[in-house]
Design a protein around this ligand. Structure first.
Ligand code: SAM
Length: 220
């Protein structure tokens, strides 16, 4: 079965290039113990986000959808001294687990978790002039992907990267009837119609199945 080979190769990649990581392993264990769904990014994907944020020297990072903070840890570790990450999370319980995981990882001082629906907290960030964010990672409720993309763009600067997770959905982006598939298509339409970004999407396979990321850079 292809998907089990995908998982085995992910394990190989993680073994060779990532290794045991006490804070990340503890975060996943704490998420499971708290009953959070295991819908975090995979270790190789988390490290990809980290590499991308580091490659542009991101000092301010925005995340939409924290869950237990697994991707948040990867991204916050990419920040230089004085860097800041704001992550937006609907569920208080998820935010509480994430706060403990981030504190254990020594990242509490550079991460702010804002609890609430992101469509409420994003306008507040804009009103506070909290941006510009150099890097945005969108990974929350998928029907709102195009809305989150519009906010990330509003809070960005030329050269910012905006990454959106789960845009392929085992191919259901093409004709899936569910709201998440429709959300993925709406995101592609929004990006296609947006002259201020240059973008692509990459299909991925691995321990989390067949999916993909959209990646956009804000034009200068
Ligand atoms: N980024 C995380 C990681 O890789 O470790 C996984 C995030 S999980 C796929 C999606 C998260 O988005 C959940 O924790 C969910 O509670 C949150 N969420 C759902 N609707 C939301 C909303 N309207 N505003 C903010 N967060 C939301």
């Amino acid at each position: 079965e292809a998907s089990s080979a995908w998982g085995e190769v992910d394990a190989y990649i993680a073994d060779r290039l990532i290794g045991a990581d006490a804070d990340l392993d503890s975060a996943l264990a704490a998420n499971a113990a708290a009953g959070l769904p295991a819908i975090d990014v995979s270790p190789p994907q988390g490290k990809l986000l980290h590499l991308l944020a580091r490659s542009i020297g991101a000092k301010r990072i925005l995340e939409v959808g924290a869950l237990g903070g697994y991707s948040t840890i990867w991204l916050a570790r990419a920040l230089p001294e004085g860097g800041r990450l704001v992550t937006l999370e609907l569920e208080q319980k998820h935010a509480d687990v994430a706060a403990v995981n981030l504190a254990r990882a020594g990242l509490a001082s550079r991460v702010e978790i804002r609890v609430g629906a992101a469509l409420d907290t994003l306008p507040k960030l804009a009103a506070e002039s909290a941006g510009p964010f150099d890097f945005a990672f969108i990974d929350a409720d998928k029907p709102n992907n195009a809305n989150y993309f519009a906010w990330a763009l509003k809070l960005a600067r030329p050269g910012s990267l905006i990454i959106v997770d789960n845009v392929v959905r085992e191919g259901s982006v093409l004709a899936g009837m569910d709201a998440d598939a429709a959300g993925a298509r709406a995101l592609f339409e929004a990006i296609a119609a947006e002259p201020r970004v240059t973008a692509t999407a990459i299909q991925t396979v691995g321990s989390k199945g067949w999916d993909g990321f959209a990646i956009a850079i804000v034009n200068g």
